[in-house]
Design a protein around this ligand. Sequence first.
Ligand code: GDP
Ligand code: MG
Length: 413
Amino acid sequence: MLDKKEHLYEKAVLVGLVTQNQSEEKLVEYMDELEFLALTAGATIDKRFIQKLTQQDPKTFIGSGKAQEIRDYVKSNGIGTVIFDDELSPSQLKNLGKEMEDVKILDRTNLILDIFAQRAQTSYARTQVELAQYQYLLPRLSKMWSHLDKQKGGIGMRGPGETEIETDRRIIRDRITLLKDKLKTIDKQMATQRQNRGKMVRVALVGYTNVGKSTLMNAISKSDVFAEDKLFATLDTTVRKVVIGNLPFLLTDTVGFIRKLPTQLVESFKSTLDEVREADLLIHVVDISHESFEDQVNSVNQTLMEINAHQKPMIMVFNKIDAFAYEKKEEDDLTPESRKNISLEEWMKTWMSKSQYPTVFISALNKENFPEMKKMIYDEVLKIHTARFPYNDFLFEYHDEEAEEPGSETSED
Ligand code: GDP
Ligand code: MG
């Protein structure tokens, strides 16, 4: 049995599928990400199991033989947790529970919810996560926990699952109604708060998780906030008043987007996304050192479309140029071209010509190309500002007050 301390080092294996719709290459990428999520949640990954199927098995996701193999492996290696790359249906969960007996089975959704639950700081965020957890739990209630020792804690067992395992569905439904009401009330309060911020131009940092949004937020506001350094707390996003040149605006750091996040979850984080929806300008931060950054860009754009925020003015900020890795190919090297053989200069050229938005390449860590980026933000904010206050005879003139001093600010969410 796991005690509290051991949660931190919970040993787990990952399971993923190569299918018609998901190539091996894609799967490796997803599994890397899943491992990262698992680490974030407090697990160490012992092994990955990959199976090729035309499509996922409706009954057991992986097929019975593989399930046995995994069970034998985890049993003989003292591993208590198996994490699946996709969301398992209630019946898949039930059947796998039977196949694997005493093993804790988690899926990607479960894992993401668990991380959000660990990180939620405001009561609003906690309410949202709790709601999403109950919604996930409800159809799986009897199936999920019955084969497990109730005291088994750790990842996926925090939050509602821990205490309410035995309660019946009706109580959970009542709880869901209650949480929804509570959220509605806070939603209204927050809408009012946002209104009270007046007509100041609002800029939101968007981007995939871990691309450096918070680092950039800190770097920009640290060097530029001088009027007031005031925190407007909304969900767990941070809003700061920033001044560039002498042009003030509000800058919001948002939660990171992530692939395979169920739409239902996106909905339950409505207010987080309201900051994005109500922004005048989006700064889309991209981690150019990440192997699949283009995929991440697409997934962020997809989410922006889902919340109807895709037509806003946007600036593309490609971050982490300091960490960009490039393997130059020799003339006689016959291995196929891969993305590793594309230089930063080539990426820059491609994106500059392809992007309909102003585009800049920076390092938030050592503040490389900050003057260029700040000028770009300034120009875009000024456009919006001028349209909003056409009779404002105050003339904005851009000058960069700060001598650039390289720093290495990091942030932790
Ligand atoms: P967020 O999830 O988008 O808010 O990302 P964070 O700001 O929390 O940054 C994620 C990680 O990337 C942290 O470990 C940062 O130190 C690191 N990071 C951020 N910007 C840079 C950069 O320009 N270069 C490098 N090498 N790392 C960076
Ligand atoms: Mg962040």
